[in-house]
Design a protein around this ligand. Structure first.
Ligand code: 0A1
Ligand code: ZN
Length: 899
């Protein structure tokens, strides 16, 4: 157990709590500067625990009084330090009364109770409850809560907490109260309160069982015109969970509240979800298609936590992926089901895998690499990671792939039957999946305990005379921080074989029984080396390996360019179609990067361009899918494939490829642009979204063509835009247009005119949306990630009156855009980008350690860069490490990077 700051907590040290808590009754007298909190808990000794004392955690609290079983606790009966309150020799049954005083207005960490725009909010996951009162603040201590809120009625007309409102009324002195009761046991991290000037959109719905429920979306007054999409998404989530998993909303009232100062996306507090405004507010004027999709998925995610996370929660924080991996899987499936179409599903899958490769693969190969179920942490907030969330979701998806739709559902049913209202482990989940299906999933445990992205080498042999085909797999996993040797994983590899005409062949495999769909087989690779034999294979096939990305691994396979073009043109698995295109591109990008470094001329073959052009012009394919194929692997993707990262070479290579594509396909791109204009009323449906995406991608490619006609196209789109997707799409094209950096004097006037138009558009955009914080975030992001934004320009933008470090969305909008999405400028050869980064990490650390620690991650991969850049990065890392008062959040990241 933690008794001091900066110490490492290990999973192996888990011990059960010394006391169970049955009830918690809280009273809040809300005041921004001095809020009084009374907490009455009833506790009973846990006979399974060896620990005699009762240790309560507390952080930054002023203890006003403490009473045990009605008596004032003698000063000798307890000990108090910076992080805990220890009661010596307590009796077996206790009623504890604690009064604390806190200062919410000073709380810029946004953990615990804090003030945002004059209203009160809480954030208690993971360990924020201890900033409100002394408590056994750990997820396996589950209790029933009753909460009394008291506050000035004028300033705080709305008083909300978890569960049901059971009483409200007036108090003297212009104050009022509201009493809330949560009928379910919950861990302290799911506690929440909200108080302030808010308004809501509400709707009543009928649940599957016939019960009625009241749904509310609470926002600040000016935002009531932006709640409909969140409300629709909530209702869709509720019905989807009933239908797909048989899980019904267990409360009479379910509330979503939007807050503009928030560290993460949203929080699943029981019955009172608190959301970053970014994941609630939308209308055509202010939100992009991506915003609409993000809202649907986050509203779904938080709602689904009501069962996976809240009804069944985590025993300890090492089990975080138990709820997060599972809930991300559920929200991914929800979004996929909402889209409805097959290609929509694939496009969603592609986006999820892109994200995994963009963020999780690098994490898994860097200093912060950790298993899906980590073994240790210094600050748990640092483990709300893409590994725990996204790789965790891939792990859950593998159960789904291995057990099938019905089998997975059986496992879920058993999980809830066994563990409702309990705090459990990842092993319990795996056992439910195994037992419900009579399967042995012992080896599958390694997905939870071993970090690193497994590599799967694939080789094939065809015997024309015998008509047999062999696929051999060799798996390995690179060493990761603290884990040098890895054992083989249990990997589901979905495989198909294409004939020369591009059709799926029917499959007969000696080692694996055939399911009903005989053209895709899930091969279970469990050994370091394993061969699968296919019979009756009439011609040499093209293998389609890891369909739908059936496992989070890297596949190494010797495809010829022709094989890849064949797969890109014909694979029935849309994911692998896309994957083939990405492989074609990646191969070339790596060659081009090497050519840049060697000072050799850059060339791109027409075979690749032809393959892209076929896809682009194939109007039988959905626009959304074509857009995905035409989107090149990112600079980060390329970097991960290299031994040594040279960001400028990557940038040059990628830019060269884009401009060559544009040079060859200019007319096709124009056609794609013109034929995908969406007119009429804005709708964020899949088809229109896909069209806008392809159109805006075409527009951005066209900007590689340094002529004013293509720039004008973007400018006109900007001026005529009827929705935010088109407006941002146009502005992004303009700000990154090649014409702006044309060097020759012949194009000087065109360049000047373009710059003027861009400046005008940026100004116009700002003025039009200066009262819409989320839109101004986009404005900063565009500039932070623009090719022309160097460190000097960044320093100016940081001084813009609308910029602030205290609002996480705003800080991220500009700074994270620059440090994570503007590689060519961030990695400036003189190290000035890193120096800026160090300054900002240090400044943010004093305000909000959690956000600072996220930013600190930008130099994770420093040891992979060219020696000159490494040197500068090291200096910057050391500067942060030696700065004063660095939080354990940031120190954990920096120390691991420097180790
Ligand atoms: N459980 C939330 C994520 C979350 C975690 C920590 C937070 O503050 C420190 C806030 C939210 C989710 O998965 O949505
Ligand atoms: Zn979650």
């Amino acid at each position: 157990m933690r008794t001091d700051n900066n110490i490492t907590i290990f999973r192996k040290d888990y011990t059960p709590p010394s006391f169970w808590v049955d009830t918690v009754e809280m009273g809040f007298d809300l005041d921004p500067k001095a809020t009084h909190v009374t907490t009455r808990t009833t506790l009973r000794r846990n006979t399974d625990s060896k620990e005699k004392e009762l240790v309560l955690f507390g952080e930054g609290l002023k203890l006003v009084q403490i009473r045990m079983n009605g008596q004032k606790l003698a000063r000798t009966a307890y000990q108090i330090d910076k992080h805990s309150l220890r009661i010596f020799n307590p009796p077996d049954n206790i009623t504890l009364d604690i009064e604390t005083q806190i200062n919410p207005i000073k709380n810029t960490s946004l953990n615990g109770l804090y003030v945002s725009n004059g209203n009160f909010f809480t954030q208690c996951e993971a360990e924020g409850f201890r900033k409100i009162t002394y408590f056994q603040d750990r997820p396996d201590v589950m209790a029933k809560y009753t909460v009394m809120l008291r506050a000035d009625k004028k300033k705080y007309p709305v008083l909300l907490s978890n569960g049901n409102l059971i009483e409200e009324g007036k108090l003297s002195g212009g104050r009022h109260y509201a009493k809330w009761e949560d009928p379910f046991k919950k861990p302290s991290y799911l506690f929440a309160l909200v108080a302030g000037k808010l308004v809501c959109q509400e709707e009543k719905i009928k649940l599957k069982s016939g019960r009625k429920a009241l749904l509310q979306v609470w926002v600040e007054k000016g935002n009531l015109d932006k709640t409909q999409h969140a409300m629709d998404s909530l209702q869709n989530s509720i019905f989807w969970d009933e239908q797909r998993f048989g899980l019904e909303l267990d409360l009479d009232r379910f509330m979503i509240v939007a807050v503009s100062d928030f560290n993460m996306g949203a929080m699943e507090n029981k019955g009172l979800n608190i959301f970053n405004t970014k994941y609630v507010l939308a209308n055509a004027k202010v939100a992009t298609d991506a915003d609409y999709a993000g809202i649907e998925s986050v509203v779904g995610h938080e709602y689904f936590h009501n069962w996976t996370g809240n009804r069944v929660t985590c025993r300890d924080w090492f089990q975080l992926s138990l709820k997060e991996g599972l809930t991300v899987f559920r929200d991914q499936e929800f979004s996929a089901d909402m889209i409805g179409t097959n290609s929509g599903r694939a496009v969603n899958r592609i986006a999820d895998v892109r994200m995994l490769r963009q963020a999780q693969f690098p994490e898994d190969a860097g200093p912060m690499s950790h298993p899906v179920r980590p073994e240790s942490y210094v600050e748990i907030n640092n483990f709300y990671s893409v590994t725990v969330y996204e790789k965790g979701a891939e792990v859950v998806r593998m159960y789904y792939t291995l057990l099938g739709h019905e089998g997975f559902r059986k496992g879920m049913d058993l999980y809830f039957k066994r563990h409702d209202e309990q705090a459990v482990t990842c092993d319990d989940f795996r056992a439910a999946m195994a037992d419900a299906n009579g399967r042995d999933l012992t080896q599958f445990e390694r997905w939870y305990s071993q970090a690193g992205t497994p590599r799967l080498k694939v080789s094939t042999t065809y015997d024309a005379a015998k008509k047999t085909y062999e696929i051999s797999f060799t798996q390995s996993c690179p060493a990761t921080a603290g884990q040098s040797k890895k054992l083989p994983f249990h990997i589901p590899v979905a495989v198909g074989l294409l004939n020369a005409a591009g059709q799926d062949m029917s499959l007969k495999c000696q080692e694996q029984a055939n399911p009903t769909d005989s053209t895709t087989l899930v091969l279970e690779v469990t050994k370091a080396k394993q061969v699968f034999h296919f019979t009756n294979v009439k011609e040499r096939p093209t293998p389609s390996i890891l369909r739908n990305f059936s496992a989070p691994v890297e596949v190494e396979i010797n495809y010829s360019d022709e094989d890849l073009a064949h797969l890109l043109a014909h694979d029935s698995d849309a994911f692998n179609r896309w994957e083939a295109g990405q492989r074609l591109a990646m191969r070339r990008l790596l060659k081009l990067t090497a050519a840049v470094q060697a000072g050799k001329p850059l060339e791109l073959d027409t075979m690749f361009i032809d393959a892209l052009s076929k896809t682009l012009n194939d109007t039988t394919l959905d626009a959304a899918f074509r857009e995905q194929v035409l989107t090149l692997p990112s600079a980060t993707n390329i970097a991960e494939q290299l031994k040594v990262i040279d960001p400028h070479a990557i940038q040059t290579a990628r830019h060269f490829m884009r401009s060559e594509i544009t040079r060859h396909l200019k007319d096709d791109l124009l056609t794609a642009y013109e034929s995908n204009l969406t007119n009429g009323k804005y709708s964020p449906d899949a088809e229109s979204t896909g069209k806008r995406a392809l159109k805006n991608l075409a527009l951005s490619y066209l900007q590689e063509w340094p002529q004013d006609s293509t720039f004008d196209l973007a400018h006109i789109q900007y001026k005529n835009a009827k929705n935010m997707t088109d407006r941002i799409g146009a502005l992004s094209s303009m700000i990154n247009a090649a014409i702006l950096s044309q060097k020759d004097s012949a194009s000087k006037s065109a360049r000047k005119a373009a710059q003027l138009a861009l400046d005008g558009a940026l100004k116009d955009f700002y003025n039009a949306f200066k009262n819409e914080a989320l839109v101004i975030d986009k404005w900063f992001t565009l500039q932070g990630s623009a090719a022309s934004t160097d460190v000097k320009k960044m320093r100016q933008l940081l001084k813009h009156p609308a910029f602030t470090l205290t609002n996480p969305n705003r800080a991220r909008s500009l700074i994270f855009a620059f440090c994570n999405a503007n590689p060519a400028q961030f990695h400036a050869a003189d190290g000035s980008g890193y120096a800026l980064w160090a300054d900002l990490v240090i400044q943010l650390n004093a305000i909000n350690p959690q956000v600072a620690a996220r930013l600190a991650r930008s130099l994770d991969r420093w040891k992979k860069y060219t020696p000159a850049l490494q040197e500068h990065m090291k200096t910057a890392l050391e500067k942060v490490a030696s700065a004063k008062n660095i939080s354990k959040d940031v120190l954990e990241i920096i120390n691991k990077a420097l180790a």
